[in-house]
Design a protein around this ligand. Structure first.
Ligand SMILES: Nc1ncnc2c1ncn2[C@@H]1O[C@H](COP(=O)(O)OP(=O)(O)OP(=O)(O)O)[C@@H](O)[C@H]1O
Ligand SMILES: [Mg+2]
Length: 203
């Protein structure tokens, strides 16, 4: 798939499904093989966007869903302008831990703003800037809860119940019917998933 083209790859899916673990494995492979890359994340990736991340993810915050959407989109545009596009232009592989699909699912579907409505905002305001390839992790909600119990530092999306995780899964199902997505079964071993990711990227 790569064929020396710059590529923007996102990792999506519910809490604790293995996204960050796979990004580390991919990063190690890229370093070993001297392939130029950057790893970034959302919300975040720039000084301003990391500040917005702290506001968005803190447990006790008093903001509405629409306010959260606007902060996320401001953070995303800053991230695209300052980090993603410049690095793609340099020919680097850009890897992002979550991107716009998370907003479509969490704020659009789960929090009720509407998937179509939020995708339209993304088209109108962010020029429909989307990854070339998205790895979408799937994990049963009981396994998510099991993995989250082991985690010490928790953000506001780590302390939700099984219904919340089921809804996230349903939201991802609704947005993932394009060729951009490669589904990853999060129950497979880390090594098997890593190999599937390399193969999909043509690495
Ligand atoms: N394939 C796997 N099999 C078993 N355990 C895994 C696998 N991948 C990751 N884990 C474990 O699950 C936990 C969560 O993994 P990780 O932090 O990579 O998930 P994440 O998708 O990045 O979560 P978040 O969205 O909350 O950042 C970690 O303890 C990790 O070691
Ligand atoms: Mg993570």
């Amino acid at each position: 798939m790569r064929r020396n083209k710059p590529l923007f790859v996102s990792f999506e899916g519910p809490e604790a499904s293995g996204k960050s673990s796979q990004i580390i494995l991919l990063k190690n492979f890229l370093i070993k093989n001297k392939i130029p890359y950057i790893v970034t994340r959302e919300p975040g990736g720039t000084i301003i966007s990391e500040k917005l991340r702290n506001i968005i993810l803190q447990k006790k915050n008093n903001i509405t869903n629409l306010e959260e959407i606007l902060l996320l989109m401001a953070a995303r545009l800053n991230h695209i302008n300052q980090v993603i596009e410049p690095n793609l232009k340099k020919g680097k592989l850009v890897i992002s831990d979550r991107f716009a699909d998370s907003t479509f699912v969490y704020q659009g579907f789960v929090n009720g703003f509407g998937i179509k409505k939020i995708q339209k905002l993304h088209k109108d305001l962010l020029n429909n800037f989307l990854p070339t390839k998205t790895f979408l992790f799937k994990l049963p909600s009981n396994e998510i809860i099991k993995r989250l119990k082991k985690r010490k530092i928790k953000n506001k999306y780590d302390i939700k119940d099984i219904q919340f995780h089921n809804k996230i899964a349903l939201g991802y199902k609704q947005i993932s019917n394009s060729k951009r997505f490669t589904l990853i079964n999060g129950l497979m071993s880390k090594d098997k998933i890593h190999k599937k990711i390399l193969k999909t990227l043509g690495l």
